[in-house]
Design a protein around this ligand. Structure first.
Ligand SMILES: [Zn+2]
Length: 592
């Protein structure tokens, strides 16, 4: 039995997810929308090996209108919300399918792909001997009865969104099919057991990597990582298995456990794509892959490293949407944004961004250069290595082996008539001196340095050996930054800070309402989606310059910075927590 628009619409109306007006509008427009969606599906299917031949459903049609739920500002009536309401009405359990929590073997063993696709079902797990089966159609009892009979099992159906089910089928059956086929092939070859063929096989590493199954598996993996907004993919050989982990919003998640046999050809395939020497397995190598995803170019930086059980590969994903953004979207509060934009307007001097690895310094620098980039200015960057290749800039990669270092390349760069120079990182006296030199000769210099906060950057530079009067005459401002995860807007809920939390943060009031994410499909159950910068900025005012001497101490600098209005990283993070952008946990994570 198919669920009709009017049946579903009535339920949504009753639950306050649709207004009377939206409901009437839906009834009028739904048939034309169904035809439109069917047309889009036909086009998509024509390119698919495994087409989705199921009919367009009522939840899909309603969700396709992207209706904003009345009484909210940004919550959209998506398939997830619709199905959850339907499940509630039918007193069924509702499941958001989190692919990261599924076991690939279990999902793909019960029924073959065509069957799963046709009936839109996905086995999720086994609980007390009962198979938990995700279904998109709550009234399709026949399929379940038949499965119970033929497989001699007990099944408990749970409702899930059709989109979720389709995605899981594609991801799991696709990846599994590739892995199983590739594994079967290598197993057969080894089973021959004769030494000659075994040696031959070992010599065929390159051919294995070109095997269509391996090619498919690698492609699946990359696309899956892009979809999950992963910043890094780790492929790690263990004694018996190989682990695939993704870093998403700064945290690692285990994604797949693969048979060990598949590890070497997958590594070889990735090395091939990144133009590395495949036969070289004992020394670390670096490479790049340029690829496309949803019409945008994504750059992957690949590095290999020999570890105890084989070669480990890490793929860093440079998604321009994540690495380059508008200055206003980096997370600056009003005062910080005004100060920073002011720094960028200055014709010459040094702007320093400081923070640990992974604190978003590169995004800040790239986004700043992008803003400054016009046909009239010559922007040169020196990086180790070049993080993301951008046509507008002239980028030079540090190569210590042939003596192209941060320190000595700058002399060459200055002869190339640059206006703006970005130095990846100031690590030593030579680089610092060259940066100062460039600033004194009329250039705007942007760079990063490793310090804990903005004020201690001054003492750090003096420790490196830069005379204080040179700092005073060149530095425009210093920005310390960290990244906090943003609460997922789809599952955001209010909570109260506990008394311990309030006193731990040294807050003054007795009660604070804050927010956190309960976890939903949008955020893969983590409660977070995306990240934002927290900033601590000091401007090198005349007053501050006057206090910077070769013997200056933090205890002198800090009160001046505060008096000028500097908001500390901790205060900045707390503000973002009270504004409902991030959580208490994230504040603690960056401030300790
Ligand atoms: Zn969520």
């Amino acid at each position: 039995m198919n669920i009709t628009i009017s049946y579903l619409g009535t339920i949504l109306l009753k639950k306050g997810l649709l207004t009377e007006e939206q409901y009437k509008d839906l009834l009028v427009k739904s048939e034309r929308q169904r035809a439109k969606l069917q047309n889009l599906l036909d086009i998509a299917n024509s390119k698919r090996v495994h087409p989705d031949t199921t009919a367009i459903t009522a939840p899909e049609i309603i969700a396709s209108f992207d209706l904003v739920i009345s009484g909210t500002t940004d919550r959209v009536l998506n398939e997830d919300t619709i199905m959850e309401a339907l499940a509630e009405e039918l007193k069924m359990e509702y499941r958001r399918i989190d692919p990261l929590k599924l076991n690939m073997d279990f999902v793909t063993k019960l029924v073959p792909r065509p069957f799963a696709l046709k009936h839109l079902i996905v086995p999720l797990e086994q609980r007390d001997g009962v198979y938990i089966l995700a279904v998109a159609d709550p009234f399709n009892k026949t399929v379940i009865d038949n499965l119970e009979l033929t497989k001699k099992i007990k099944i408990k159906p749970v409702l899930a969104a059709k989109g979720d089910i389709l995605k899981t089928i594609r991801e799991f059956f696709g990846f599994r099919a590739s892995v199983i086929a590739a594994e079967a092939e290598t197993t057969n070859a080894i089973d021959v057991g004769n030494l000659e063929q075994f040696v031959q096989l070992k010599g065929q590493g390159e051919i294995d990597a070109s095997d269509s199954h391996i090619i498919n598996a690698v492609e699946h993996l990359l696309n899956y990582a892009f979809e999950q907004r992963a910043s890094d993919i780790h492929i790690e050989p263990k004694r018996e298995k190989s682990f695939i982990r993704f870093r998403i919003d700064g945290h690692l998640h285990l994604i797949h456990t693969l048979p060990k046999k598949i590890h070497p050809p997958i590594i070889s395939r990735i090395k091939m794509l990144s133009h590395m020497d495949i036969s070289e397995k004992r020394r670390p190598q670096d490479g790049r892959i340029k690829t496309n995803h949803k019409n945008k170019e994504i750059e992957l930086r690949v590095s290999t490293m020999p570890v105890a059980f084989g070669e480990k590969i890490v793929i860093r994903i440079f998604d321009p949407d994540i690495l380059l953004t508008e200055i206003d979207k980096l997370g600056f509060e009003e005062r910080e944004g005004r100060l920073y934009n002011g720094f960028l307007m200055r014709p010459n001097g040094i702007i320093l961004v400081t923070g640990p690895t992974g604190s978003g310094k590169t995004t800040t620098l790239y986004s700043s250069l992008k803003k400054l980039s016009t046909p009239e200015v010559n922007i040169v960057t020196v990086e180790d290595p070049i993080e993301m290749v951008l046509e507008e800039f002239n980028q030079v990669g540090v190569r210590a082996a042939i003596d192209v270092t941060f320190g000595n390349i700058l002399k060459t760069i200055l002869r190339q008539d640059p206006d703006i120079i970005m130095i990846g990182e100031i690590r030593d006296k030579e680089t610092a001196e060259n940066a100062v030199q460039a600033a004194l000769t009329g250039h705007l210099v942007l760079s990063t340095i490793h310090t804990n906060d903005a004020p201690s950057t001054i003492t750090r530079l003096i420790d490196i050996g830069v005379p204080s009067f040179l700092l005073s005459s060149t530095i425009i401002g210093i920005i310390a930054q960290r990244l906090v995860r943003k609460i997922c807007t789809q599952c955001k809920t209010q909570i109260q800070l506990t008394q311990t939390q309030i006193s731990g943060l040294l807050l003054k009031e007795n009660n604070y309402t804050v927010w956190h994410g309960k976890g939903c499909k949008e955020c893969r159950g983590t409660g977070y989606k995306g990240r934002l910068g927290v900033f601590e900025i000091i401007e090198f005012t005349e007053e501050l310059k006057a206090k910077v001497t070769d013997k200056v101490e933090l205890s002198i600098l800090y009160p001046i910075c505060r008096a000028q209005g500097m908001v500390s990283l901790k205060e900045g993070a707390i503000k973002k927590m009270l504004d409902g952008i991030t959580t208490y946990e994230e504040v603690i994570a960056i401030t300790g």
